[in-house]
Each structure stands twice: as C-alpha cells, then as structure tokens.
Design a protein around this ligand. Sequence first.
Ligand SMILES: C[S@@+](CC[C@H](N)C(=O)[O-])C[C@H]1O[C@@H](n2cnc3c(N)ncnc32)[C@H](O)[C@@H]1O
Length: 304
Amino acid sequence: MEQSYHTPVLLKETVAALNIIPDGTYVDCTFGGGGHSKAILEKLGNNGKLIAFDQDEDARSNIPKDPRIIFEPHNFRHLHRFLKLHTITAVDGILADLGVSSHQFDEGERGFSTRFDAPLDMRMDQRQTLTAADVINNYTEQQLHKLFEQYGEVTNSKTLAKTIVELRNVQPMKSIDAFKQSLRGVVKGNPNRYFAQVFQALRIEVNDELGALKEMLQQIPPLLKPGCRAAIITFHSLEDRLVKNFFRRGTFEETEENPFIMTKSVNELKVITKKPIEPANEEMKRNPRARSAKLRVAEKVMMV
Ligand SMILES: C[S@@+](CC[C@H](N)C(=O)[O-])C[C@H]1O[C@@H](n2cnc3c(N)ncnc32)[C@H](O)[C@@H]1O
C-alpha cells in the first residue's frame, strides 16, 4: 500500500465503534488508501468478509492481496445493488469516511487543489462526464450563487456568481490558474482560504456528495443486521447534519406531530454517539486534515 496515499482519521475510534466480530461481513464505503479497511481485516478471521467501495479507480492499487476482500469500484449510492450481486443481503457493519483522500488533493491534474494549475476537473469518478469546468461554464448565475453560498459558505457568493457569468461570456474558463487569476478582484480576505471554500463548493456539486450520502444512508437500516452498527465520518457541517438527523429520525423528512396522520414512521436505528466523536488533540496535531472530522455511530435496533 502506498504510505502517503492517505492517513486514516479516527482510526481506533471507528474500528472500536463497529464492534467487529471475526466471522462478520463488513462494508467500507470509502476504501481510499485502505487504512480503515486494513484495521478491519486485522480483526476479521478466515471466514470474515469485507466489501470495499471507492468510485475512484486509483484506490484499486491499494487493495491488499487478501481473499477476504472484494473491491467494488463504484459509487456507494449503489451499495444495495452491488452487495446483492455478491448475494449479500445483510451485513454486520458499515463504515464511510467521506470526502476526498490526500492522494486526490495531491495529484495536481485531478483538479481538486488550488495549489496546482490543471484543468478544472474535480471528478472522483473519471467515468462521470460532469466536471468543474462544466459547472462553472454552464450553470445559471442563480445555481452558482446557491452552491457557493450553501456548499462553500462563500461570503460574497452572489458577486462571485455574477462575475463568473460575465467573464465566461467573454471566454470559457478551463484551467485552475486562469479561473483564480480572473477572479482576483472578487476575493474577500485570505485568497487561499477564499479559493479553498470556492473549490470545496464546486467539488461537492461535481460529485453530488450530498445526494450520494442521502441515498447511502437510506440503505443502511435495511442492510444492517439487528444489533449491528454504522459509523460515518464527516468533514463538512452539511454532511454531518444529514447523518445526525437520519440517525435520529430514520428519515430526512421533518416529522411534525400531525394528529390526523395515524402511521408514524419507525426508526430502526438507535443513536450510539449522542455527540459526535472528534479527534484528540494529538491526532489533530499529527494530521491537520483530521481537524474537522466528526464520527457518528448508530445501531440497528433488535426489534421495532
Ligand atoms: C477520506 S477518503 C477515505 C480514506 C480511507 N478511509 C483510508 O483509510 O484511506 C474518501 C474516499 O472515498 C471515495 N468516495 C467519496 N465519495 C464516494 C462515493 N459516493 N462513492 C464511492 N467512493 C467515494 C473517494 O474517492 C476517496 O477515495
């Protein structure tokens, strides 16, 4: 395994939370550099199984030669479908460590990082057609405004969206340097921080990160065996809110008390982490990327 591919975050905490049993079947939705998967495999016996998903083909090079692991190079939004292909209908634990890997940031030509000049790409899955350049050059001003505001919390998102539309009408934006250069005039505060927020918003949109997370969360209750757990690590407040609310309510609907509705939705999940688990100071010092990590854990109830 390539050492510098990615340093796993909240490793001990996540593996402990999963209560791994040696003969169990587990899913790692976000294999990446395989740090979490490796720790799960260490706890599994000869009959244990691990199904690892990653939509980035680069992750495949980290798969260990181990008959207990199956790699599915697909989006975790198709969890149920691919498990079914392996005749797996229920599992003993599910892990997801969301967002991008250090490898994806460090490979300049992938377009995730503001540090390099490269095409405005940002696709985790290279089979997908939509790129960051498509979003920048084709979305309406209102769509751009919304995504910079919601996904990047960019303070002047309206001005940014308006300026992009004016500039792209003169010349479509294709590269990271050209994009950053042409927007110098709208930057508020520290340019590195500003563009980090802009890039985060574009990345979330290009990869439909919130849409995929919602679809994956909804597949957790039917897939987990009773008494078994799901552990999700998030790095963004919008993701964390989705996980928190879904674990609490078992739905994304705002459930209001309505006396005329007789059927109440049943939550098959029990929250294990009332407050999210965050990295200790020592981990944050060692791995600054861990700073915004939040781990939430839920357990499928024995009987509803
Ligand atoms: C933070 S890294 C995971 C690191 C991993 N836990 C480790 O220990 O190395 C996230 C990985 O998940 C993948 N990923 C993100 N969203 C995904 C999705 N919707 N479906 C499949 N893979 C996804 C990314 O390509 C990336 O490799």
